[in-house]
Design a protein around this ligand. Structure first.
Ligand code: PLP
Length: 486
């Protein structure tokens, strides 16, 4: 057998062929996603041309070359002005912006009678719109799961400032799911006369856990407004707003189809939007404003929430990107991602040192049920000592593997996964001076030797079997290594 060296990783092509055949047997639906292997050779050819193993789709999706070509062709043909004017170039742009907006609603099967699509900078921008405008009062509750992204956690600062109570619903190790039997207790804590907001991720960007969308109507029936963060869910799952009707859905488009960055969206139910109070007005958000009268009238619907000039030339690329996903089929992407994730989950925890101890600990579910293609993990040596994930990242970089390390802006899931207590976290916040992430880690380590943080790998629409196979080859290189020697 001739060993093949790819990106510093060595494996035999015969063994690869055998393992691919076994994979296809174990995950027969993968065969139905072959169109994506073809697309990998065309639209995503640059990955193999440059030898990249891209495993950070939860960080950012990758664009297909055809998306760029279509967008550039449109821009080079057209003459487009600021859509806030009403001249011919402006009106041409307005038509494309509104076409993109309609496509977004259509893509998510959101009835235009029920929902509006507000263009924002990113998912965080969408979340900030809700946070700053939500009518929290002293009797309000802001309920959220532990595994939210920091941009959802950040809304608690608006809640605090208006005297509302923030309540976190824990996720439980090892699966990092919520104890669902307790959900009603949490929902019943709130005063139904007050404005109460419940926020959770449809898919955790830490553990990949998918929380039930059934919670939406359960919470709404008890008078809650529900925010479902779809930033990590939408890239590989169908989100059908004709079936599920959360009040607010923030997302970033670059996570779904890579290009362009700088555009996100808040899908908001019209009835919920009507309850929001914007704390200011800006160009574009008003029908009329007066300096002398110091008064203004807010515009209606999405216009009231799009501050200033939106990134209008980028918006046709949103329609192009969504059409690209539609042409592949989100269900095809889902089947592919879940096959590859299933294979990783079968094989990574099975890696054992010679003494039988596991090399890898996965944080979160270790089967492919009710989860997505995001896997958080750490490497341990035969004596059970944690290997430095920053060192592993450096070695992955050398092998052209793009993964993510740290806490992924999801501190709650990390605190539970690493067994950190409230007291430990508070101790390190006692020092009032601003700390960097590494200084904070050093503080926690000095208390009881714990070093929070993990490695995250995530697969997406352009991932193929060779990518995950190469990651396994990379992981195997750490078998029987001492943590100090890595
Ligand atoms: C679940 C989740 N929510 C929100 C965000 C914030 O997205 P953005 O950084 O695009 O604003 C992310 C980004 O990683 C995420 O994964």
């Amino acid at each position: 057998m001739n060993p093949t060296t790819l990106n510093h990783l060595t494996y035999s092509p015969e063994k690869f062929g055998e393992d691919l055949a076994t994979f296809k047997q174990d995950f027969p639906v993968f065969e139905s996603t072959r169109s994506l292997d073809d697309l990998r050779q065309t639209d995503y050819a640059r990955l193999d041309e440059q030898g990249h193993i891209y495993l950070d789709y939860t960080g950012g999706g990758l664009h297909g070359e055809s998306q760029l070509q279509k967008h550039m062709a449109l821009l080079s043909r057209g003459v487009f002005g600021n859509p806030h004017s009403s001249n011919p170039t402006s009106m041409a742009m307005t038509r494309l912006v509104e076409q993109a907006r309609a496509y977004v609603l259509d893509y998510f099967k959101a009835s235009p009678d029920e929902y509006v699509a507000i263009f924002t900078l990113n998912a965080s921008g969408a979340l900030k719109l809700v946070g700053e405008s939500y009518p929290f009062g002293p009797n309000s509750h802001y309920l959220l799961t532990f595994d939210n992204h920091n941009s959802v956690n950040g809304i608690r600062e608006y809640a605090h400032s208006r005297g509302a109570t923030t309540v976190y619903m824990p996720v439980m190790p090892p699966d990092l799911r919520v104890d669902e039997t307790k959900l009603n207790q949490y929902l019943d804590q709130a005063d139904p006369q007050a404005h109460n907001l419940f926020a959770y991720p449809a898919q955790s960007n830490f553990s990949g856990v998918q929380h039930p969308l059934e919670w939406i109507s359960q919470a709404q029936a008890k008078g809650w407004d529900v925010l479902v963060d779809a930033a990590a869910f939408a890239p590989t799952n169908r989100l059908d707003l004709s079936l599920w009707q959360p009040d607010f859905v923030p997302l970033s488009f670059y996570k779904i189809f890579g290009y362009p960055t700088g555009v996100g969206c808040l899908l908001a139910r019209k009835s919920a939007l009507a309850r929001l109070h914007r704390p200011w007005f800006a160009g574009g958000t008003i029908t009329v404003a007066s300096v002398q009268a110091q008064n203004y009238h807010l515009a209606e619907g999405e216009a009231a929430f799009e501050d200033g000039t939106i990134s209008y030339l980028s918006l046709p690329a949103i329609e192009i990107g969504l059409r690209h996903i539609d042409s592949i089929g989100i269900d095809t992407i889902h089947r592919r991602v879940m096959s590859l994730t299933g294979w990783l989950l079968d094989n990574l925890p099975a890696l054992r040192h010679s003494n039988g101890e596991p090399l890898i600990q996965v944080y979160g579910p270790i089967d492919a049920q009710r989860r997505g293609g995001t896997i958080a993990l750490n490497f341990y040596d035969p004596q059970g000592h944690l290997m430095d994930y920053q060192r592993i990242e450096a070695l992955a970089n050398q092998a052209s593997i793009s993964l993510r390390t740290g806490c992924f802006c999801n501190p709650g899931a990390g605190e539970i996964a690493h067994g950190l207590t409230r007291e430990e976290m508070r101790t390190c916040f006692n020092d009032e001076s601003r700390m960097s992430f590494n200084q904070f880690l050093t503080c926690l380590q000095s208390i009881d030797g714990k070093r929070p943080g993990a490695i995250r790998i995530s697969v997406g629409l352009a991932t193929n079997f060779a990518d995950v196979y190469k990651f396994m080859q990379f992981a195997q290189e750490f078998l029987d290594k001492e943590a100090d020697g890595v």
